[in-house]
Design a protein around this ligand. Structure first.
Ligand code: H79
Length: 462
């Protein structure tokens, strides 16, 4: 009897398995707005993430044959015309013994970042994990021989950070993806006759490894989609391929061909991708109903360059974060670790300072909506139901902050960083809401003033 029931269970399970196997892939391109809202929720609340560009390019660190090469560090293979056979040799020297995944994740977390996007593979084609379809990876080609992504995923899980992968569609190393004009990157229209082989037998199996082997991921962040070989049907197919492997994953718009240059926002039309990706720029205004994330560097490179010291100030970085939040976007701020596995000290210093500010003021960033008002001269706004956050970049003369749009009395005004929430004197009228700021104790980067009100914000403006 027992044997019979066991057999029945096995037959049943096989049936279930077979049914699952036979299910056709789902088309996620026509998902409902509600389904998308649910999937995007964590990302919309997060507002702030860390980009990590790490790969072989950290070894030359911007220099080749004794020359300082112009341009972004991770593009050195192209910019210095390094032949594949030469560039490959960096792998034998990639041994980042100082890499400490927990340290990186805690640095991001303590800066107030909620997610990390790391380069599983950049344009140079080198892979940071143990890919079964490639020898050009951390396990087979380097003396390090440890799965960098696995260690990072485990650390992210320990500390409650969403891990995501940046994956380049363009690949300067794979023979079937490598443009025929290589090493000169000067024509993105020529095509490669065997590109289909690269997509079917390399790109997709690699993505399957990444999506299947590391548990739940946040985002797949594609790039390098502008090459002539990549087409909108391939983009849509890849979008569905990845979503079928992990339905809740978020995929940026560079999976398809819809973005408008570096502005990164998707043109009108039928393009796959969940959000726009402005690169090194912040759109002048946000776009209601459109999700976007500005990715930006702290100096002038993504991948480590030993001589790039053009660091933005902490104040600029905080103002960028605030500016982006006030327009309803996310900020993906980059670090480029060294070949040893260290995040540059200048980045660490800035991230710690941002973290200090976020500790006191994060409430005005996370889960907020874009400003209801045009931006004032003195700073920015974000909002939540019943609350307007005013970020004061430049302290007003005579200590009087005026929010012109608010004409009616509000419930309470105070400084967010003030634990006691001491009420600030304020007066409303046709000139707006005039708030008396204290003479001292304001934040050197940005002071957040909280305006609590009843009813709708529109009701306060007339
Ligand atoms: O990974 C970092 C860079 O290496 C990569 N994206 C970030 C996140 C990158 N940035 N710039 N580029 C790559 C150079 C590409 C520029 C262009 Fe184009 C490609 C100019 C013309 C084709 C993108 C697509 C801008 C206009 C169309």
């Amino acid at each position: 009897m027992k044997i019979l029931s066991t057999l029945l269970v096995i037959v049943f399970l096989l049936g279930v398995f077979a049914c699952e196997k036979q299910q056709p892939p789902k088309n996620y391109l026509n998902e409902s707005q509600q389904e998308k809202d649910t999937r995007m929720q964590w990302w919309r609340e997060a507002r702030f993430g860390m980009f990590i560009h790490w790969g072989l390019y950290a070894i030359p660190a911007g220099e080749y044959n004794g020359q300082k090469i112009k341009g972004i560090g991770e593009w050195i293979m192209d910019r210095a015309d390094i032949p594949v056979e030469e560039y490959e040799k960096f792998a034998a020297r990639f041994n980042p013994v100082k890499y400490d995944a927990d340290e990186w994740v805690l640095l991001a977390k303590n800066a107030g970042m909620k997610y990390i996007v790391i380069t599983s593979k950049h344009h140079d084609g080198f892979c940071l994990w143990d890919s079964k379809v490639s020898d050009y990876d951390i396990m087979d080609a380097t003396p390090y021989k440890k799965d960098i992504l696995k260690a990072l995923k485990e650390a992210c899980d320990r500390h409650g950070i969403n891990l995501s992968f940046y994956h380049s569609i363009m690949d300067w190393h794979h023979p079937d993806a490598q443009a025929p004009f290589y090493p000169h990157y000067n024509d993105r229209k020529k095509s490669n006759p065997n590109f289909d082989n690269y997509v079917r037998n390399y790109l997709k199996p690699q993505l399957k490894e990444l999506v299947d082997q590391y548990g739940k991921l946040g985002i797949l962040w594609f790039d390098g989609e502008w090459i002539g070989d990549w087409t909108p049907p391939l983009g849509k197919d890849l979008y569905n391929y990845v979503r079928n492997l992990q339905p809740d994953i978020i995929i940026n718009n560079r999976v398809d061909k819809g973005r408008q240059g570096m502005e990164g926002l998707t043109k009108e039309g039928d393009f796959a991708g969940d959000y726009g990706t402005p690169e090194q720029e912040i759109p002048d205004t946000g776009l209601p109903g459109v999700d976007w994330e500005s990715c930006m560097t702290m100096n002038d490179t993504w991948g480590f360059k030993s001589f790039d010291d053009n660091w933005k100030s902490t104040k600029t970085l905080i103002h960028n974060l605030v500016d982006i939040a006030s327009k309803g976007g996310n900020y993906l701020l980059n670090v480029g670790p060294t070949a040893e596995g260290l995040i540059p000290e200048a980045s660490v210093k800035r991230l710690k300072e941002i973290g200090k500010w976020m500790m006191e003021n994060g409430e005005a960033i996370y889960s907020t909506q874009a400003s209801p008002f045009r931006q004032p001269q003195w700073g920015r706004f974000t909002q939540k139901p019943g609350i307007l956050y005013a970020f004061v970049f430049d302290s007003p003369k005579k200590g009087e902050l005026v929010i012109e749009q608010i004409k009616k009395p509000v419930k309470k005004v105070y400084i967010l960083a003030d634990e006691k929430k001491n009420e600030l004197k304020s007066k409303s009228g046709q000139k707006g809401l005039t708030i008396s700021l204290p003479g001292e104790g304001l934040d050197e980067h940005a002071t957040v003033v909280v305006v609590e009100y009843e009813g709708s914000i529109d009701g306060l403006t007339k």
